[in-house]
Design a protein around this ligand. Structure first.
Ligand code: NAD
Ligand code: DAU
Length: 365
């Protein structure tokens, strides 16, 4: 059996593919468009690996997706592919509509065609193809679809109303609704996860935590939006990956699962924690703290004030729990960026990205 992962050259998809290949014998077909956020450098350790097939392409390219499904006969499709950065969605929402909404729709249609042609369990030739009833489409989504919480509100439960506020979260909310509709209308066996803010290795340095690490080390300002008291709920990326594996294995069809680590923190506390770790692990020559680089800047338009995940459903039904505390995860993360300056330099270099895509051209299916 095989799984098809989309967006597997990005931050979470890349971590997922690396963990999957390391943890089991099942092959992965990895479909990724390689936008600025997709980096083959993240998958460098898998180059030439017999169980990893990388294909550069768009989830919205129905003919390509149909061909990959027919060729590889996956037992599951896990959809990570998306435009993921809120600030970019404010400056230019078009790509978010195109990939997150239209792309998800086209992917769902290709998958529905493939799934409806699969044999029923009792007709299945032994080991040849997955059966219709065991196939899964797992859609990876975000807590941002629920909108913003006030300080006294309880954390987001799966029953909360969708109230997306940014072009990014609205596009993800729309994709969640499409996935839900393809289950209710056509019976497609879907699962959806809605996760809080991830952090960890291979995080593109435009997001808060890696941006602060990279800017601190290069002597640049650390831009904190508004008063820095917005709250996010942080989860180490490997814990998100383990939650997705668990939902894929045992999640109830058509259900959504909120994923989070009960780690609510104001942004300014995150930035100060990163600075303190860098002070310890890479002290500045003049003895000053990296915190001196903090600079309060104009707030993000429509900035959601607080996110918090109530993770009791996935804990209760599927027995999932995160392995990292915030303290252990953030230390590992800062250390990873200190140990991998080439990765940062490479993902920030457009010329490098073009070159690396050429290296992989021959391996595309
Ligand atoms: P990312 O931006 O790091 O990676 C996205 C990947 O998708 C990239 O490799 C990109 O090249 C690829 N991609 C984009 N458009 C594509 C298309 N049309 N066809 C094929 N590939 C395409 O994002 P991420 O942070 O890894 O997020 C992955 C998923 O998890 C997204 O769906 C996101 O909404 C969701 N999510 C992210 C977080 C988080 O904190 N980062 C939290 C919860 C949910
Ligand atoms: O909640 C899950 C979401 O988390 C995911 O769905 C998104 O894909 C992911 O990007 C993330 O969205 P955020 O907007 O919360 O992440 P970001 O890292 O952009 O910002 C985190 C917080 O830090 C947010 O309150 C904005 C603030 N911020 C961000 C940047 C980049 C700053 O104060 N300064 C910055 O320079």
């Amino acid at each position: 059996m095989t799984i098809l992962v989309t967006g597997g050259a990005g931050f979470i998809g890349g971590n997922f593919v690396l963990d999957w290949i390391a943890g089991c014998d099942e092959p992965v077909v990895n479909l990724d468009k390689l936008t600025y956020a997709g980096n083959l450098e993240t998958l460098a350790s898998l180059q030439g690996h017999p169980r990893h097939t990388f294909v550069q392409g768009d989830i919205g390219d129905r003919a390509l997706v149909e061909r990959l499904l027919a060729q590889h006969q996956p037992r599951a499709v896990i959809n990570f592919a998306a435009e993921s950065h809120v600030d970019r969605s404010i400056h230019g929402p078009g790509d978010f509509i195109e990939t997150n909404i239209v792309g998800t729709y086209k992917l769902l249609e290709a998958v529905r065609g493939y799934w409806s042609g699969l044999p029923l369990g009792e007709d299945r030739a032994q080991g040849r193809a997955p059966a219709q009833d065991s196939f899964r489409f797992l859609h990876v989504s975000t807590d941002e679809v629920y909108g913003s919480l006030s300080p006294a509100d309880p954390a987001f439960a799966e029953t909360n109303r969708y109230e997306p506020n940014s072009p990014y979260s609205a596009s993800k909310a729309a994709s969640d609704h499409l996935v839900r509709a393809w289950h209710h209308t056509y019976g497609l066996p879907v699962l959806t996860t809605n996760c809080s803010n991830n952090y960890g290795p291979y995080h593109f340095p435009e997001k808060l935590i890696p941006l602060m690490i990279v800017n601190a080390l290069t002597g640049k300002p650390l831009p904190v939006y508004g008063d820095g008291m917005q709250i996010r709920d942080w989860l180490y990326v490997k814990d998100h990956c383990s939650a997705i594996r668990r939902v894929l294995q045992a999640g109830r069809l058509g259900e959504t699962y909120n994923v989070g680590g009960w780690n609510e923190k104001p942004n300014i506390e995150i930035v100060k924690t990163v600075c303190a770790l860098l002070d310890e692990l890479r002290p500045k020559a003049d003895g000053s703290s990296y915190a001196a680089q903090i600079s309060y800047v104009t707030d993000r338009p429509g900035h959601d004030r607080r996110y918090a995940i109530d993770a009791r459903k996935i804990e209760r039904e599927l027995g999932w729990k995160p392995a990292e505390t915030f303290e252990s995860g953030i230390r590992k993360t800062v250390q990873w960026y200190l140990d991998n300056p080439e990765w940062v330099a490479n993902v920030q270099s457009g010329a490098y990205r073009e070159w690396v895509s050429k290296q992989y051209e021959g391996s595309a299916a």
